[in-house]
Design a protein. Structure first.
Length: 227
C-alpha cells in the first residue's frame, strides 16, 4: 500500500504574459505528503503557493513533472477522470468560504455528496455529523449571511470533507478572520483533520499556526525546501 496521499515530482510551471514575456512560477518543485500527515506550506506573497495547490488538486496541469494521488499518477488522465478524482479524493478550503448563499449550511454540505452519488438521507446524516464535529450543528438551517465569519469557515471545512477525500488542500484558511476567531477555527480544523485521518497541505503566513502542524515546508524561487 502506498503511504503517500500526495506526490509532486519536479513540477515546472510558467505563464506567458504576452510575447516575449514568460514568468516561471514553479521550477522543479518536489513534495510528498504522507497519509495522515498535516504539512504547512509557507511562502512569500507571489511565490506560487496557490499555483502549487491548484496543481496538487488537479485544477491546473504542470508544464513538466508528475502528480500522484494515493500512488496513482494523475498526469495524462482525461478531463472526466481528473474531475472524478478531484471530486472524490481532494477537498479544498480557501481564504474566503465560497458557500452558496441561497442554501443553508446543511445544504452546502449535502450538495457535493449528492453530486458524487450519495443518497440524500445518508448525505444529510453525514453533513450533520460534520457540523456537530466543528460545533455549529445548531446553525444547520441558517444561510451563510446569517452566520459569523468563523461559522461560515467552519461550514466550508465541513463541505471540503463531505466526500471523505484522501487529501485536504487549504489556502490561508483563517486569513480573513480576527486572531481570536482564527485560533478557534484553526483548532476546529486540526481536530477535524486528525479525527478523519486524511492528509492535509495547508498554506499559511502564520508561523505560529504552521508550528503546530507535523511539518513545515517553504516554497521559494519555485522550489520546495524543508524547514
Amino acid at each position: 500500500m502506498n503511504n503517500f496521499a500526495l506526490e509532486l515530482a519536479e513540477i515546472e510551471k510558467s505563464y506567458n504574459l504576452g510575447k516575449p514575456s514568460q514568468v516561471s512560477v514553479l521550477s522543479g518543485a518536489t513534495l510528498e505528503v504522507k497519509v495522515g500527515e498535516i504539512v504547512a506550506l509557507v511562502a512569500p506573497s507571489g511565490a506560487g503557493k496557490s499555483t502549487l495547490l491548484h496543481i496538487a488538486g488537479l485544477l491546473d496541469t504542470p508544464d513538466q513533472g508528475s502528480v500522484a494521488l494515493g500512488g496513482m499518477n494523475m498526469i495524462g488522465l482525461s478531463d472526466r477522470a481528473r474531475t472524478q478524482a478531484r471530486r472524490s479524493d481532494v477537498g479544498f478550503i480557501y481564504q474566503f468560504h465560497h458557500l452558496l448563499p441561497e442554501f443553508t449550511a446543511l445544504e452546502n454540505i449535502v450538495i457535493p455528496q449528492l453530486a458524487n452519488g450519495v443518497p440524500e438521507v445518508k448525505a444529510t446524516a453525514h453533513a450533520m455529523e460534520l457540523l456537530d464535529h466543528v460545533g455549529v450543528a445548531d446553525r444547520a438551517s441558517h444561510r451563510p449571511a446569517a452566520l459569523s465569519g468563523g461559522q461560515q469557515q467552519r461550514v466550508a471545512f465541513c463541505r471540503a470533507l463531505a466526500n471523505r477525500p484522501k487529501l485536504l488542500l487549504a489556502d490561508e484558511p483563517t486569513g480573513n478572520l480576527d486572531p481570536e476567531t482564527s485560533e478557534q477555527v484553526f483548532a476546529a480544523l486540526m481536530a477535524l483533520v486528525r479525527d478523519t485521518g486524511l492528509a492535509a497541505l495547508i498554506a499559511t503566513h502564520n508561523l505560529d499556526l504552521a508550528a503546530r502542524m507535523d511539518r513545515t515546508v517553504r516554497l521559494d524561487k519555485g522550489r520546495i525546501a524543508c524547514l
